[in-house]
Design a protein around this ligand. Structure first.
Ligand code: ADP
Ligand code: ADP
Length: 226
């Protein structure tokens, strides 16, 4: 995918609340874009519109010049990782990672190869027979990353993926996510309220407040470093 474009996009929830107002943004192919701002500023709503989990109320959302306002989530070339992992508790790690491929009727052998490959990259191949309850928080989040990776999406969407982890793990997994971005050569759109996380990860940062974009720039543009 060459890029995602928001043209004067607004999101109004059914209770009348405008969570995102007049958003104009070009997300470039293969960049690491971070949406940064305090809780409630509209970051998740923006990400969910890319995923197709929330409808655009006003304006146009384009993937490669094609309007996708009404395209259902499963037809979009995106994969999402949530803060809460959203793993299936009764499935093994293997089946959790494989689920999206199984749904898409990818042949069994190819599924196994792609799951193994993702598990190797994430260093969880020794855990493939376990269930989520038998894993640590960091391991669970690696499984969630694996599930998104095997689909080879053009766009990787991540909503506060490290927020449930303790501080030390959060910092080491930042580096892993950065490595993953290099390895996968795809577009990442990453939501966080953590300034340090945004500074470490982003090629560009979009700063939001009250549903409005305040600033867009590189970490250096946005923060003067000592
Ligand atoms: P829609 O997504 O069509 O706007 P609703 O407004 O009925 O639908 O809300 C959908 C879901 O979001 C419901 O589960 C509701 O509890 C939740 N929700 C409603 N208002 C808020 C809010 N202010 N913040 C977060 N979640 C909310
Ligand atoms: P962030 O990700 O920055 O924390 P969100 O995009 O989740 O912000 O929410 C933006 C605003 O929209 C918040 O004020 C939130 O309460 C409200 N909101 C979120 N979901 C709903 C919903 N379904 N219905 C009504 N309001 C919502």
């Amino acid at each position: 995918m060459a890029g995602i474009r928001f043209e004067s996009v607004g999101k109004k929830y059914s209770n009348g609340f405008h969570a995102v107002k007049d958003l104009n943004l070009d997300i470039r192919d293969k960049e690491f874009l971070v949406l940064l701002g305090p809780s409630g500023c509209g970051k998740s709503t923006t990400l969910n519109m890319i995923a197709g989990l929330e409808e655009v109320s006003d304006g146009r959302l384009l993937f490669d010049d094609q309007m996708v306002n009404y395209m259902p989530p499963h037809r979009r070339d995106v994969a999402m990782v949530f803060q809460s992992y959203a793993l299936y508790p009764h499935k093994t790690v293997f089946d959790n990672i494989a689920f999206g491929l199984q749904m898409r009727k990818v042949p069994r052998e190819e599924t196994a190869r792609r799951v193994q490959d993702a598990a190797d990259k994430l260093e969880i191949s020794h855990l493939l027979d376990r269930r989520p309850s038998q894993l640590s928080g960091g391991q669970r989040q690696r499984v969630a990353l694996g599930r998104a990776m095997v689909r080879n999406p053009a766009v990787f969407l991540m909503d506060e993926p490290l927020s449930n982890l303790d501080a030390a793990l959060r910092i080491s997994m930042r580096a892993e996510i950065k490595d993953l971005h290099h390895a996968m050569q795809t577009t990442f759109v990453y939501v966080t309220h953590d300034q340090a996380e945004a500074l470490t990860l982003a090629d560009r940062i979009v700063v939001m407040k009250d549903g409005v974009v305040q600033q867009i720039g590189t970490p250096d543009d946005i923060y003067e470093r000592p």
